[in-house]
Design a protein around this ligand. Structure first.
Ligand code: ADP
Ligand code: MG
Length: 743
């Protein structure tokens, strides 16, 4: 085991010193640093640059590349101030012998213009720095940093690449660089080394910035030491490859990225291990938990066996496999913590029903929570249909349940006569007391983070009947699958099952993208299709979050289509209808009494009407990729071929176009998710606040994906073989955040 993970108290307190001790940082400035969670020396040391500027060399104009930031140096050959329509503009040309280029200013002082103009008359030179843009005949820099100089005189050259730090309002690069450089200098002083000795062997033994990864692992991965990496990244040598440094392929950056990813992985794995210590009732007492298919079902499995017999279809192999995984988990004496990923329409509900029946067979109750009222309603309808032949009682609890019904429901939940309780978040209110809750199923629309998942687990717990601290088993279902390596990281605190097969006989939905200008033509086609017996969804969206406006748009469309096609039965469903009204409209649609259903995005998840084969989404460009994929998943559920029309208004942004094209090209939820991650980033897709993955200091879960499998393995190795190294690594990278989350 490595010994250098032990700090002396002195070193620790040195690192934890407040940045107020640095020159140039007073109370005001300290506040600004605090906004970026930069409080201590240690925080500054680990606040790493995301990019670099190269002012270590002058680039000849002839070798400039558009988009690079470069230092240029040449004779001022022209200078003029123009007053175009609204704004004045100052422009200068410089010539360095290899070519001529321009510098342009839209904001400048009178003094500045005069100085540049005089310098030009006097034949002086200029050094400038900025991003190179294409100009009419050559290149230009808008608002360069610059200095006027004597012919051939060199002024702005720097010895190292200049770091660009992530920053926030009121914190300039200059202030950040200055503060960080001070800490680095103090660090060198404390270690008693000169800058050139930073790579020194002796330095590696210092305990101040310890190498938290055990030596054998560091050697195996050929990772440089942390202290070397810090110095290298803050003050890279002039000859270092800037591209590698920025892209994360540089070994020094990679070492720190690796450690940061590891810290995240370790917290998730810790949460997972902690939950394994909890007690749960073993809900399947038979020895052979593999038995789940119709043929193998035995007497003892009465409910689940009967259920399978009454189903009008055979389970897919993927469903059987996942059910077996769940059954095995539920037979354990610690709580299941399993996530089932499956594309829309892959048949997750049946899997949930089987899990529920296992719990009920063992004499326990089940809670099924859905994110929206509408989806909860759907589940209620499904489960009532499936469970009443088995004489099992389904209770219902939503935010809108009336007092009397609510009292009755609470009673049946408390006395155990309700076998399964279905509802929204209302299920987790304090007065909901279960007699014997054994399984919590969460059909999840938006992902929960590890901490929320823990608190949900706890909610199932407290109850005077539950004296032994038994936790319920927990099953989470998600319809937005994410790539395997990412799942490994984002869900390291869960076991994952994947339903990677759709029920047979599905035909892929054909997706077309059309401009709103074709709305009338589309309407006619929908009308004809409905007359011919097909059923269609017409989805109204709005960019505003306002549910009210969305509902109004749907109402307007409803009235318009109602007038236009009086011979068509049209229904309307949106979030502001009463539960009863919603349910009766959905029921009528399901039974084929309604041909065309005007809806808002409330139908996004869970709605299951296999006969509906046509969907039109208005203003599709306003919705996100996975939301569109979910919506589209409402069709293509039956055996007839289905179509989805994505209508857009106005001109498409590049990003919106990419989204619509992706949907046109694929029906595969995994590919859609991958593309969504690339377009929106992991923070948005996985839920920024919840996962913490988006707030990493230097790692980038998408860019650094290839490291994740190794990170996962090493995290496990640390937990097993070097348990003492776990806390220091977590503290270094997540210290403050973890404290914050525990508040
Ligand atoms: P999701 O995974 O999107 O929640 P559902 O559970 O709503 O999917 O299932 C979609 C539809 O497929 C439902 O109508 C369901 O009854 C049906 N289904 C589920 N499993 C099978 C199967 N093995 N064979 C045929 N149809 C199935
Ligand atoms: Mg579902």
């Amino acid at each position: 085991m490595c010994t250098d993970t032990k700090h002396t108290p002195d070193d620790a307190s040195w690192l934890q010193q407040s940045i107020i001790h640095l020159k140039g940082i007073g109370d005001k400035m300290q506040e600004r640093f605090a906004r970026r969670s930069l409080l201590t020396f240690n925080d500054l040391l680990f606040h790493l640059p995301t990019r670099y500027q190269d002012k270590t060399r002058v680039v000849p104009i002839a070798s400039l590349r558009i988009g690079d930031s470069a230092l240029i140096h040449g004779e001022l050959v022209h200078c003029q101030t123009q007053s175009t329509m609204k704004r004045p503009m100052l422009s200068c040309d410089i010539n360095d012998g290899s070519g001529v280029m321009s510098l342009r200013f839209f904001h400048f002082t009178h003094y500045q213009a005069k100085a540049l103009s005089r310098a030009t008359e006097q034949g002086k030179w200029l050094m400038g720095f900025g991003e190179i843009k294409r100009a009419r005949h050559s290149f230009e820099i808008i608002h360069p940093e610059y200095r006027i100089c004597e012919p051939q005189q060199v002024l702005m050259l720097e010895e190292t690449l200049s770091p660009i730090y992530p920053t926030t309002e009121g914190l300039t690069q200059k202030i950040l660089r200055n503060a960080i450089a001070q800490v680095l200098a103090l660090l060198q002083q404390r270690l008693g080394v000169s800058p050139s000795q930073v790579g020194n062997k002796k330095l590696l033994k210092q305990p101040l910035i310890a190498d938290l990864l055990p030596l054998p692992i560091r050697q195996r991965l050929a990772l440089p030491s942390t202290i070397e990496a810090l110095f290298y990244l803050h003050q890279p040598p002039p000859d270092c490859p800037i591209f590698a440094l920025q892209e994360g392929s540089d070994p020094y950056r990679k070492a720190l990225i690796f450690e940061e990813l590891l810290a995240h992985q370790l917290t998730m794995k810790q949460a997972y291990q902690a939950k394994k210590q909890y007690h749960a009732h073993s809900l399947i007492s038979r020895n052979d938990v593999q038995i789940t298919s119709q043929q193998d079902a035995t007497e003892k499995l009465q409910y689940s066996a009967q259920f399978l017999q009454q189903l009008p279809f055979k389970l897919t192999q993927a469903q059987e496999r996942v059910i077996a995984e769940i059954a095995l988990d539920m037979s354990q004496t610690h709580p299941m913590q399993r996530l089932v990923q499956g594309d829309v329409g892959s048949g997750k509900t049946v899997v949930a029903a089987m899990a529920g029946l296992y719990a009920i067979e063992s004499g326990f109750q089940v809670a099924l929570m859905a994110p929206t009222e509408l989806l909860a309603e759907q589940h209620r309808t499904n489960f009532q249909h499936w469970f009443s032949p088995l004489s099992l009682q389904v209770a219902w609890l939503s935010g809108k349940t009336r007092a009397k019904q609510r009292r009755e429901a609470l009673q049946s939940i408390a006395d155990g006569s309700a076998h399964i309780v279905i509802g929204t978040h209302a299920l987790f209110q304090d007065d909901v007391l279960f007699q014997h809750l054994g399984l919590v199923i969460i059909d999840e629309q938006h992902r929960f983070g590890v901490h929320q998942r823990l608190s949900l687990l706890n909610k199932g717990l407290p109850n005077e009947n539950n004296a032994y601290d038994y936790y319920p088993h927990q099953l989470i279902m998600t319809a937005t699958p994410i790539p395997r390596t990412l799942a490994m990281t984002a869900y390291a605190d869960l076991d994952c099952s994947i339903i990677d097969e759709l029920p047979p006989g599905r035909t892929p939905v054909e997706t077309v993208v059309l401009s709103e200008q074709r709305r009338n033509a589309v309407l006619q086609r929908v009308y004809q299709a409905c007359l011919a017996g097909r059923q269609a969804y017409w989805v109204c969206t709005l960019i505003e979050e306002s549910e009210l406006l969305q509902c109004q748009a749907a109402e307007k469309t409803y009235e318009q289509l109602h007038d236009q096609f009086p011979d068509l039965t049209i229904g309307l469903v949106h979030g502001r209808l009463k539960a009863q009204e919603k349910q009766s409209v959905m029921q009528a649609f399901k039974q084929g009494e309604i041909a065309l259903l005007i809806a808002t995005t409330v139908i996004e998840v869970g709605v299951d009407v296999p006969n509906a084969s046509l969907m039109i989404i208005e203003n599709a460009e306003r919705l996100g990729l996975s939301q569109l994929h979910q919506l589209r998943g409402r069709v293509g559920r039956g055996s007839q071929s289905s179509a989805c029309v994505l209508m857009y208004g106005g001109r498409l942004s590049k990003n919106a176009k990419a989204r619509l094209m992706t949907l046109r090209e694929t029906n595969d939820g995994f590919i859609v998710a991958q593309k969504d991650l690339a377009l929106r980033g992991p923070g948005e897709v996985l839920g920024t606040k919840q996962t913490g993955l988006a707030e990493m200091k230097i790692a980038d879960i998408i860019r650094d994906q290839s490291l994740l499998p190794q990170v996962s393995n090493i995290a496990q190795e640390l937990i097993n073989e070097y348990p003492d190294s776990v806390e220091p690594i977590i503290n270094r990278w997540l210290g403050q955040k973890m404290e914050y989350q525990n508040v």
